[in-house]
Design a protein around this ligand. Structure first.
Ligand code: PMP
Length: 303
């Protein structure tokens, strides 16, 4: 399999072609504007949350689910959530129009707010920093969904707050960088208990497994409740496929008939290689891929 299949074209981080209009705390600005204050707690502590939502033809797909997840986390961490769903939608649409985008990625970021000095301690009355960006979708070679992708094992070195989409992503970006530097698409991260090493999730994706009879999804215990995961497991149940949620141990992987990666941008992606072990792109991935595409289309029609 050719390595280039794995790579997402992100383009250069420099250059005017990547400049977009962004929204920061009530103002629409150029993305090159120096708007984030140096003592913003997101900047100095990673004290914040984010989310990524697919934009297509005037729709932010599953926006309500993403906002609900973010709001719950904001509440958990005691960060104010300044806008409602309608306002976030309105701002996103305005940015997409200004940026001339029919398809894109909506990035939302919410930090606790700005201090006057760098100090770990915070009060409960901070005014948050809310950022909204609509940028071109990171293009993936469409062949990847046909051919499938390779992933590499990597220890999950993160904290205990992984059910929230926090901005402090250092272990995630290092795991992803590791995978990409070795020609794989994503990391498959694992933790360990007394029974052995078990799968958690990807650096920016969820995994599910098919053992020939049922789908097994890693339990939501210190991993992100991915929106794609929720939707795809729902579709599987509708299709009459049994779904079990439990820890999946690395020594079980070789017995799996199919491994499937799920995320907003990767959608339903068959995994055909873990380290050097090969897996088939199977019927379940194909069926779920089609059902998920149909769900996305129906979502586009309703709005
Ligand atoms: N896990 C992690 C750690 C992620 O960053 C993502 C991407 N948001 C996912 C899972 C998949 O979540 P979703 O389906 O909501 O995009």
């Amino acid at each position: 399999m050719s390595d280039k299949i794995h790579f997402v074209t992100v383009g250069s981080q420099k250059g005017d072609e990547n400049r977009v209009h962004i929204f920061v705390n009530g103002k629409i600005l150029d993305s090159e504007s120096p708007v984030i204050k140096v003592f913003d707690r997101g900047m100095v502590f990673g004290d914040g949350l984010y989310d990524v939502i697919k934009f297509q033809d005037g729709n932010f797909i599953f926006l309500d689910d993403h906002i609900e997840r973010m709001k719950k986390s904001a509440n958990f961490f005691g960060i104010k959530f300044p806008y409602n769903l309608e306002k976030i939608f309105e701002i996103g649409l305005e940015l997409a129009t200004m940026n001339g985008l029919k398809e894109g990625e909506l990035y939302l970021q919410l930090t606790r707010g700005v201090d006057v000095i760098r100090d770990h301690i915070f009060d409960d009355d901070y005014e948050p920093t809310f950022v909204e960006i609509v940028q071109p979708v990171r293009k993936m070679n469409p062949e990847i969904w046909q051919v499938g992708a390779k992933v590499l094992l990597h220890p999950d070195l993160r904290h205990q707050f992984c059910e929230h989409k926090t901005t402090d992503l250092l272990p995630n970006i290092l795991a992803k960088k590791y995978a990409r530097s070795k020609g794989a698409y994503e990391a498959l991260m694992f933790r360990e208990d007394e029974r052995g090493k078990y799968v958690t999730e990807g650096a920016s994706s969820s995994y599910i497994f098919f053992d020939g009879k049922k789908i097994i999804a890693p339990k939501i215990e210190n991993i992100l409740p991915g929106i794609t995961r929720i939707k795809v497991l729902g579709l599987a149940k509708e299709m009459g496929i049994e779904v079990e949620e439990r820890r999946v141990y690395l020594d079980e992987l070789l017995k799996m008939k199919e491994i499937i990666l799920l995320s907003t941008l990767s959608r339903v992606l068959p995994i055909v290689e873990v380290e050097n072990f090969k897996f088939k792109k199977g019927e379940i991935a194909s069926k779920l891929g089609i059902a998920f595409k149909d769900l996305l289309s129906s979502h586009l029609e309703v709005k």
